[in-house]
Design a protein around this ligand. Structure first.
Ligand SMILES: [Zn+2]
Length: 280
């Protein structure tokens, strides 16, 4: 797996819309996070035994449409793990000033997608951007009192820290076209308001699918396998199947947050599962 450190931005076009994959770095994880897979099957699919640490890409996507510069997801920031939080510097390296970002569109409010909204001092990394969130994700996390669910409650102050500086320019959306050729699609399961972002121009279409998968070697051939990061593993697996079918049937270019950088690919049906064909 490459962090493409020498080439932190890879460009594609969808008709008149420019899409640029930008790496935030590599995040450590382990295959124990795949639910219900025995160690032998795990090793067969991804080459890693249970408990072995490996890394997954953290990718964000700049979308240029109708004179606006959008950023889908904000990266993991510098407060979680070494090896991530490279997004602001990588944007500068490819000639995109963080100040030039007009909007940050989030797939969901988990650390590796939102911590890059603010810097180590709590100041905004994208001072001129509005923050765009699906209503269901916002309703679940924003301004919520502790719920008694430890996993949720751990994330609430992190949501507050990352979204508070943007509160005056927070735009809550449902399924509408948010910018020309860019639309939110709810895909509940990984989080209660997990959102994919559809990008289209004429007949060409792409989807930034957020955390539809974490482990490409496991979950693409076996989409029924959920991961410990999924808040509702059953709903996440159902959503994944729906998104996968849509990717094949609609011929979508995938922009994968955790597919090996730059995360561009297309899906094909193969046996009972799917196969990912790189598209760079
Ligand atoms: Zn993620």
């Amino acid at each position: 797996m490459s962090d493409a450190s020498n080439d932190p931005g890879i460009r594609r076009t969808i008709g008149d819309i420019e899409i640029i994959a930008v790496t935030d770095g590599l995040l450590p994880t382990d295959s124990d996070k795949a639910i219900g897979l025995n160690s032998a099957e795990c090793e067969r699919l991804c080459g890693h035994a249970h408990g072995e640490t490996f890394h997954i890409s953290v990718n964000e996507y700049v979308v240029r449409t109708a004179g606006k510069t959008l950023l889908i997801d904000a990266g993991a920031g510098t407060r979680t793990y070494p090896g991530v939080g490279l997004l602001p510097d990588n944007l500068r390296r490819i000639g995109i000033a963080p100040e030039s970002i007009d909007a940050v569109l989030l797939t969901h409010l988990h650390s590796d997608h939102m911590h890059g909204l603010v810097n180590a001092d709590g100041g905004v990394n994208f001072p001129n951007a509005e923050l765009v969130l699906h209503e269901e994700e916002a309703n679940f996390w924003i301004d919520k009192a502790p719920t008694g669910n430890a996993r949720v409650d751990r994330n609430l102050p992190l949501v507050e820290r990352n979204t508070r500086p943007y509160r005056e320019r927070l735009r809550i959306v449902r399924g509408q076209e948010v910018y020309p050729g860019v639309c939110a699609q709810l895909s509940k399961g990984h989080t209660p308001g997990h959102t994919t972002w559809r990008v289209w121009c004429g007949r060409e279409q792409a989807i930034m699918w957020g955390d539809t998968i974490h482990f490409e070697a496991i979950q693409i051939p076996r989409p029924e396998v959920a991961v410990a990061y999924d808040m509702d593993p059953g709903a996440a697996a159902e959503a994944r199947r729906v998104i996968f079918d849509m990717c094949v049937d609609d011929g979508l270019l995938i922009l994968g947050a955790h597919i090996s950088f730059p995360g561009f690919g297309r899906l094909e049906r193969r046996g009972a599962g799917f196969a990912l064909v790189s598209d760079i």
